[in-house]
Design a protein around this ligand. Sequence first.
Ligand code: C5P
Length: 220
Amino acid sequence: MPLVIAMDGPSGSGKSSASKGVARALGLRYLDTGAMYRAMTWWMLRAGVPVEDAEAVAARAGEPVIESGTDPDAPTIAVDGTDVSAPIRTREVTNAVSAVSAVPRVRERLVALQREIIGAGGIVVEGRDIGTVVAPDAPVKIFLTASEEARAARRARDLAADPGATVTVTRAEQARRDRLDSTRAASPLARAEDAHEIDSTELTLDEVIETVVRLAKDAS
Ligand code: C5P
């Protein structure tokens, strides 16, 4: 199978930076599946769908047209032709995304789209269920972790523009999201049995990238 690198892990583990860095280093495409769940959530909120109502979410899940670019230097995400790269990162979307992504109809639709984009391979794919569900045959699977403190600090830095996003608040919101993502019935966040676990707490970004690049070279 052509190269597919599955990068799974909880929020704030450094998946995005590491995935983009690995894609650049190896000349591969890059897909951020979290952005697709965020885009679906942004659309639901804007359409006034009560996101805690799984049936209401399922009933509308087929409507938005979600398009993801795969250039690691300029990843794009659009809904119905509108670029939503910025609005999908708000706390409002972040705090609603776990409810939307737990709905099986949402996952069916986005997983089908993800598999289409993965196509013939040559891609780094980041998410929660890539090694377990989306691309179980991926030759390289990584499960990236970091201590809770390190993850909350990273998230708070990402949200620096939002005055409400202190490390303490971020940590509580992140813990809630991780709990929801890990305990949902449909494709919960889980380490694939054959995934290499990398703890990034004490590693620099370059060290994480080098580790994954080495594993990818060993596998090919
Ligand atoms: O990676 P990111 O934090 O942007 O993901 C946002 C949310 O999307 C996660 O909290 C999770 O609920 C959902 N997600 C998912 N499956 C994936 C990727 C993300 O359920 N493969």
